[in-house]
Design a protein around this ligand. Structure first.
Ligand code: BJW
Length: 229
């Protein structure tokens, strides 16, 4: 029986809810240059372009068409039924885990529904997309909010808590992530190092150099409800 579980999710878990991944065919990086929309330098060069990129995703998420799928719901059920320690770490900036009912979780790459004051780093819930009206209330003069997301070269959120959980977990499950972006891509090595069982759920076959002990191939929405039963 497991006592401490860490779960890592990536864009693949939200794909079946209708949100595009980054690196799959027709993914977000096919239409946008990473260095333009996912780096602090890109934002400094052209903040409006970056705001447009996040606003179109914000609008899709709030369109009423996007809902958690059975994979999100299965993880929320696991959290309710499991009486050991559990931490769900998502790289996703959507709020589908929360909508499904997950609470013991953190967004290591930020949240689409929030803006952040560039000076104080205080976050504010965005009730409308980015624009001139989105200013902080913590500074004088008020600062224009930036997207509360983690771009390349920036430090992901909650790393102390994540490392602590990885050091003590006996099961690590990664779902719908390509394992190309660090530090998340290195979590499997930490978990292996500490003696945990490591499991990957991905629609694609196992990579030849995979560091996971077990690979479950299939759509997250069909594998997870069965895995968690
Ligand atoms: C399904 C499915 C279905 C589809 N069912 N599966 C050289 C070596 C090592 C590291 C570095 C290096 N050079 C630079 C670095 C560090 C850099 C990095 O990793 N770069 C790599 C590209 C090499 N990392 C960073 O900069 C990070 N910060 C950092 O390291 O800080 C330390 C530090 C800071 C300062 C100084 C010194 C040290 C920050 C990374 C930030 C990532 N940000 C983004 C965008 C922001 C959020 C957003 O706009 O949404 O986060 S990039 C993008 O990739 C996004 C994602 O969270 C992240 C991961 O993508 P994910 O989730 O894996 O999606 P995909 O599309 O790649 O994969 C989807 C998968 O799902 C696929 O496998 C499919 O098969 C699968 N799938 N449908 C199951 N139905």
């Amino acid at each position: 029986m497991y006592r401490q579980i860490v779960i890592l999710t990536g864009a693949g878990i939200s794909a079946e809810s209708g949100l595009r991944t980054f690196r799959d065919q027709d993914g977000l990086w096919e239409q946008h240059h990473i260095e333009d929309v996912a780096t602090p330098e890109g934002y400094e060069r052209d903040p409006l372009l970056v705001e447009r990129f996040y606003n179109s995703r914000w609008q899709q998420l709030h369109s009423g068409d996007i809902e958690p799928n059975p994979a999100h719901l299965a993880l929320a059920r696991l959290e309710q039924e499991f009486d050991g320690e559990l931490l769900l770490v998502t790289q996703n900036i959507d709020d589908l885990h929360e909508r499904a009912g997950s609470r013991r979780m953190l967004h290591m790459h930020g949240e689409l529904s929030k803006g952040r004051c560039p000076r104080s780093r205080q976050t504010f819930v965005l009730r409308e997309p980015f624009g001139e009206d989105n200013c902080c209330t913590c500074c004088i003069p008020a600062q224009r909010l930036r997207p509360h997301v983690v771009w390349f070269g920036e430090m992901p959120i909650g790393m102390d808590r994540i490392h602590d959980a990885l050091d003590h977990c006996d099961l690590f499950i990664a779902i719908g992530t390509s394992g190309t972006v660090y530090p998340a891509a290195g979590f499997v090595d930490s978990a292996n190092h500490h003696g945990a069982q490591t499991v990957e759920v991905n629609i694609m076959p196992m990579e030849r150099n995979s560091h996971f002990q077990i690979h479950l191939q299939g759509k997250a929405s069909s594998v997870l409800p069965r895995l968690i039963e």
